[in-house]
Design a protein around this ligand. Structure first.
Ligand code: ZN
Length: 413
């Protein structure tokens, strides 16, 4: 087991409470702590839980929230092999480990277009109701193993029609698998239907209608995915307008392979309620270290309006949206009050899990347990299920989960 220590000069910083000016802890929302300043007191305060080291063991136990996770990017390698055998599909590798590595090699080529190539292989075994039900079920079981308590899973049903399934049957099969997973594991879920950027706008409208038709059966939102380059989201305005007219939820992949124009369009033209990635919003910000010197109007708007940003660290490094973890703008966003949280994007393609993403964040950005709790609350507040359900999960599951962890770590604290 490896242990990540938060750098000494950071763990001992405890910003003064904005209200009292003292070093107190209180349970507040998004804007509780101002960014760290040079004048902040440095105290050796081991009794405060968030100055503790964060171990892998602790990260595993954290109640997690996943909001950006593609079903076809997260299939278990052994399942792909078994289904390929059944459906007589040829695979690039026939051993689970070798196949997993094949996907991961393919993803790590610093290009979103190349990253997306592996999906044709997973999709080749996702063309029957039986396969879709199994994969969805296993997906939620995988989540439960790392203590995910709420998960929003997304997929593009139009890509599961190679053997003639109709769209309703595709969505129903996935929901059936997720329901079975939920009743077995207790993991709550919401399903997001994706349209593809490079497809015709008639198809995206059809998917939007499908999402709304299934809103009472577990579908919680609509997304547009695929290669950003040359495929602006505004091409699909009819779909977004339909969703908005029906008071439904929109998240849009933007600011990954393309810059701030794409994020602006997603928000101001298409009406997105969350942004998938938003990595390149950093192009609208001038900063030194994690200190912001100047922000453009888009970055200000996103922070002011608390627009949720679904951050996928590993995936971003693999697609080349950012050079490496240390240069990833997550740290600038997080330390300056943006509504960010961690997501996996594609567990198979990116060889990751929420546990791994949290480990990366602890290691590269000196996050502590309190930071991980804040990120988890950011995510849950941004979920597409209704407000009362979000509150229930926050107060019945997430907060007690973190309280228990604090207690285990420091029973006298
Ligand atoms: Zn994605």
């Amino acid at each position: 087991m490896s242990t990540y220590w938060v750098a000494q000069d950071v763990i001992n910083v405890k910003p003064r409470c904005r209200d009292t000016g003292n070093n107190c802890i209180h349970d507040v929302g998004d804007a509780d702590l101002r960014p760290l300043q040079k004048t902040d007191v440095y105290i050796n305060t081991s009794k405060y839980y968030y100055t503790h080291m964060v171990t892998q063991e602790m990260i595993k136990k954290i109640p997690k929230v996943e909001l950006h996770d593609h079903l076809d990017g997260s299939v278990l390698p052994q399942t792909i092999i078994e289904l390929a055998e059944k459906y007589k599909v040829e695979l690039p590798e026939n051993n689970a480990d070798a196949l997993a590595k094949w996907f991961q090699r393919g993803s790590d080529r610093k290009s979103l277009a190349l990253y997306l190539e592996g999906f044709s292989v997973t999709l080749s075994v996702m063309q029957t109701e039986e396969a879709l039900e199994r994969i969805a079920y296993e997906h939620l079981v995988t989540h439960s193993k790392e203590n995910v308590v709420y998960s929003e899973i997304r997929f593009a049903p139009i890509l599961n029609q190679q053997k003639g399934l109709n769209l309703e049957a595709v969505v129903a099969a996935v929901l059936k698998g997720l329901e079975r997973g939920k009743s077995e594991t207790g993991v709550d879920f919401g399903l997001i239907l994706c349209a593809m950027r490079d497809q015709d706008m008639k198809i995206s409208l059809e998917i939007a209608e499908l999402a709304v038709a299934f809103r009472d059966r577990g579908v919680v939102g609509f997304d547009i995915a695929g290669d950003e380059n040359g495929h602006p989201p505004k091409k699909h305005l009819d779909a977004f307008q339909f969703i908005r007219n029906r008071n439904f939820n929109i998240t849009i992949h933007a600011g990954e392979a393309f810059g701030i124009e794409s994020i602006w369009q997603a928000l101001q033209i298409c009406g997105a309620h969350r942004i998938g990635h938003a990595t390149r919003l950093i192009e609208d910000i001038t900063f030194q270290g994690t200190r912001i010197e100047k922000m453009g109007s888009l970055a200000n708007f996103i922070r002011d309006k608390r627009v949720p940003m679904e951050i996928c660290l590993s995936s971003n490094v693999q697609t080349g949206a950012t050079k490496n973890f240390d240069e990833h703008p997550f740290h600038v966003f997080y330390r300056n009050g943006f509504r960010v949280f961690l997501c996996t994007d594609n567990r198979l393609m990116s060889n990751t899990s929420l546990t791994k993403e949290m480990e990366i964040a602890v290691k590269h950005y000196n996050l502590n347990l309190r930071d991980l709790e804040k990120l988890t609350l950011n995510a849950m507040k941004s979920a597409f299920i209704h407000h009362d359900d979000r509150i229930r999960i926050i107060y019945d599951i997430i907060k007690p989960g973190f309280a228990k962890l604090r207690n285990e770590t420091n029973p006298n604290g």
